[in-house]
Design a protein around this ligand. Structure first.
Ligand SMILES: [Zn+2]
Length: 387
């Protein structure tokens, strides 16, 4: 069966952090290896399960690394997470600026990090961001170097500044849960002073401010010019929507899409169908829930998230009946539900073409007995650029 000549509609379904490591709780199997999800099995039944490496050496395993590569860009656009998130938040940065993500993190009475990505309401997030921005000492710390804090209705906050002074030496908070603030103050004076004072300002709320992921705004060649297709990305997560916008794609917001298990699954599937029927030639559905559950070491939640994604794939197939399409399914990276950490191991992927006969359903899961392909393979196969 040849996969050349892609149909007008190509879909990429991304279960964030869906791949896992062998878990003791599952007898040494991963969540995907322990359950056969029916709709995923039908996709995998046609192509078989292939493996791809989505984290090049020297880059951190995570969505901010894998996703730009999976939509067809090279490592030159990987300048850090902040600029991509700024675009996702709708903050337009002039050329030559840097942007840096700041997590509102939960901390205990001893200033130890207990939650890296707390579920804050819009109002709670914005109130904390505004408190930081209104504090005279913080204004002083940031003002001296020309940096600006942009309060956001979320645990994700943003700081931007001139590109001559991109700060470094920061540790992503989800990698150091349990650590004390003082252990991870970077050598960079401004960042360290901001973290110390930010904790002081937010102590009464049980929160702190944890910057990371600073980088210069990257330049993307528009996806439509590069691949001849208009692109749309359906995701609740700013880093994914921002990457889509930097690549010139549309990233409509879906009401009730939260990036957690309690997201609006039906609404997201409907948004994918709406984009598909509106003539976009490349449509991505990205769901954050599997990654989110792994970070929380919530195995049952992760299994439920995968089952819900499987159900959504069923809705998509139903909604697209009669339209020729090709669909790729994959995680962007591994997230271990044992450690709550991202991993750079290869991920399983498969491709389904509605114009080809279905094969026998096959479990869609990590496997070690097939060659590992480069990160370019899933998109190139999807778009008919290679087999
Ligand atoms: Zn993650």
């Amino acid at each position: 069966m040849s996969y050349r000549e892609a149909p007008p509609l190509c879909l990429m379904i991304v279960g964030d952090g869906m791949a896992d490591t062998p878990l003791a709780a599952l007898g040494g199997k991963t969540p995907l290896q322990s359950v056969r999800y029916p709709h995923m099995a039908r996709l995998a039944g046609q192509s078989g399960v292939r493996m791809a490496s989505t984290t090049p050496e020297g880059f951190p395993a995570g969505t901010e690394t894998a996703m730009p590569l999976l939509i067809g860009y090279g490592t030159e656009v990987l300048t850090g997470r902040g600029p991509v998130e700024a675009a996702g938040m709708g903050v337009v940065l002039p050329a030559g600026q840097f942007a840096m993500r700041v997590n509102l993190v939960r901390m205990d009475a001893h200033d130890a990090l207990t939650e890296a990505c707390p579920e804050l309401s819009d109002a709670e997030g914005l109130a904390a961001g505004n408190k930081l921005a209104a504090d005279g000492e913080i204004q002083d710390i940031l003002g001296k170097v020309g940096w600006t804090l942009h309060p956001q209705p979320d645990f994700r906050q943003l700081v931007t500044g001139p590109g001559e002074s991109v700060p470094d030496g920061m540790t992503p908070p989800h990698q150091v849960l349990g650590a004390a603030l003082s252990q991870y103050l970077p050598a960079h004076d401004t960042v360290a002073a901001f973290m110390r004072r930010g904790r002081g300002v937010l102590r009464g709320d049980g929160l702190g401010a944890w910057p990371w992921g600073a980088g210069l705004v990257p330049r993307y060649e528009p996806f439509a010019a590069k691949y001849g297709r208009r692109g749309a990305v359906i995701s609740a997560v700013p880093v994914v929507r921002g990457m889509a916008r930097l690549a010139g794609m549309d990233a409509p917001e879906v009401p009730g899409a939260t990036g957690t298990l309690h997201t609006n699954w039906r609404g997201k599937a409907d948004a994918v169908l709406a984009a598909a029927l509106a003539g976009y030639g490349f449509v991505m559905l990205h769901v954050e829930a599997p990654d989110d559950c792994s970070h929380a070491l919530d195995l049952q939640g992760k299994q439920q998230a995968i089952a819900l994604l499987d159900e959504a794939i069923g809705w998509l197939r139903q909604g697209l009946a009669g339209h020729p399409y090709r669909m790729v399914l994959l995680p962007d990276h591994v997230t271990s539900t044992d450690t709550g950490r991202h991993g750079a191991q290869p991920v399983p992927w498969c491709v389904f073409d509605s114009r080809s006969p279905e094969g026998c359903p096959t479990r869609y899961a990590e496997r070690g007995d097939v060659p590992v392909e480069p990160y370019t393979a899933p998109l190139r196969v999807l778009l008919g650029l290679q087999d």
